[in-house]
Design a protein around this ligand. Sequence first.
Ligand code: ZN
Length: 398
Amino acid sequence: MRMLRMRSKPGYLTQVKQSNMSAVLKSIWEFEPISRVELVERTDLTSGTLTNLTQDMIRGGIIRESESSHGSVGRKRMLLRLDTENYRIIGIDIGRNAFEVVLTDLAGRVIAASEGSTAGMDNPDSILDLITPSVQKMKALSSDSGNKLLGIGVSIPGPMDMQQGILLDPPNFPGWEQYPVRAELEKRMEATVLINDDARSSAFAERWFGLGRTTSHLVHITMGIGIGGGVVMNGEMLYGANGLYGQIGHITVVHNGEPCACGNLGCWETVGSIPGIMRNWTDGHGKTIMNFFEAVQRNDREAARTLEYTLSILTDALTNLFNVYDPDVIVMGGKLYPYLSRYMPEIRKRVQSRVYPFVRERVRIEASTFGTSQSAVGAAALIFDRLMREPLDMIGLS
Ligand SMILES: [Zn+2]
């Protein structure tokens, strides 16, 4: 008699296991170190299911057990925590003029980094040719130390089709329209590749590796050549119907103002970004943003006027964001932010005087955790985010 071999169904049961494992992993991340008993309470799973899931994850190397002598006298409790050491992630930030590649562990700690200029290059293939050796080096570093590579995240100017991994029509980024960046990198690197836009990647860095460890509602603003945003509510990154959620650089701040690359008039980006400031500064022709802030320091009148205008628009925008999104914290980063940071205590006071009185004392504005590497670390966070959602697939436990 022939035995029929049951085919394993990648259907409902696998989905249930995936979502249970994801819930357990997120709870461990959030509350570590945590006991199995506490996990049963937090996830509503049976202790048998929970034991199986945690055993799988220990075997897969993403969580580990440690003994604790706390608890009842004389009894050792086994506590669970994330194991950040077995896997590595590569994050690649591709900007308009430069790139950065980082190798991180599962806590977002940067183990190695390299960067380079892409100024004057407008061909995606040659830019990837330039970046590839750095990525290969990170891959080698990871395997030499006995670690497994979980995947490669890419942060790049949007807008994009994230499912297809294709850039749509990124402004000031010639040659990249319709470029299949994810497929191209997957082919070159033989690894899982995820892409997202630079502003949202930066928000992901904060969500998983920065202030998001202690708060579930945050808005991250990236200020530089453009102004971008990422909004995390209840721990979830929000995308909207067309991936435009949190495009805060494109809120209208000047009625009938300058045309913006997005098609609107008077966007915050047209006056609040580095090019916006340089256009407003009447002496700005041929100079840099550093020259502008030097002029401010010299008490140059025109520069001071432009700065005051920039800060008043920033105050309006931040007040709008607190009123619309109601975050615990607004996190600010990008190339422009280091110049603005000294004015933030004053800005905070101004915003406080404009929000609802009962939230005044809770107005919190912070600098982004990873400074100039925010979007490269954010690219790595894209992979970590996938691990948290689909641990079964990401570490091949199914
Ligand atoms: Zn716009």
